[in-house]
Design a protein. Structure first.
Length: 205
């Protein structure tokens, strides 16, 4: 479906800048192995695991959207309170920003070298599995930031740009923790405001 294709393109556009350091680190390691005439794995094997994870999230998002439409068709209450439900989603996303799980995933994604040293696996299956593992950690950092696209607008360019910048700063700068906590405060405050005034959501007219 078109939704799935657009979602995957969006995921690649948002996530690739932060996945690139890890992919480049893998490519460098195997280039050195090839130069030493040792067994090496093409980079696309490792990078393909990211695409698999991103595609899986697209499928999940597609069925989530279908389920939401089905519930809305059957529930007058949900239609009347869609804005407030969106506010709750924003608050949950904000709280996740400061959760131990989020911080653990961020720690895995912030240092490609540490991940390479601690999680290295040889061969094609090993490289693919290593890529899957890192891709899942990366997704764990930000999956709820993608969920908030539903109340804020899946194709809202301004929101997509903000999320891209936020994810990059969380994972690739020295102020990642402060950025995550600042985003948490902003999301919780905005979510609370939306619960009080549902029309504060761009998707609610």
């Amino acid at each position: 479906p078109l939704f799935l294709a657009l979602w995957i393109v969006m995921m690649v556009a948002i996530m690739f800048p932060t996945a690139a350091p890890m992919i480049l680190m893998f490519a460098r390691a195997h280039r050195q192995r090839r130069e030493r005439e040792q067994a090496f794995v093409p980079t696309w094997i490792f990078a393909g695991s990211y695409l698999l994870v991103w595609s899986a999230t697209g499928i999940a998002a597609y069925f989530l959207a279908l389920a939401g439409d089905e519930l809305a068709d059957r529930s007058t209450w949900l239609i009347e309170n869609a804005g407030r439900v969106g506010g709750v989603v924003l608050i949950i996303a904000g709280l996740y920003q400061i959760s131990p799980l989020k911080q653990a995933c961020l720690n895995k994604c912030r240092s490609p070298m540490a991940f390479i040293l601690m999680s290295w696996r040889d061969g094609y299956p090993g490289s693919f599995r290593m890529g899957l593992e890192h891709a899942v950690y990366c997704l764990g950092c930000c999956w709820l930031l993608f969920v908030i696209l539903f109340p804020l607008g899946v194709m809202n360019i301004a929101v997509l740009a903000l999320i891209t910048i936020l994810i990059f700063m969380e994972k690739s700068t020295g102020v990642g923790r402060q950025v995550a906590y600042g985003a948490a405060a902003g999301l919780v405050a905005y979510g609370a405001a939306v619960i009080l005034v549902p029309t504060a959501l761009p998707t609610i007219m």
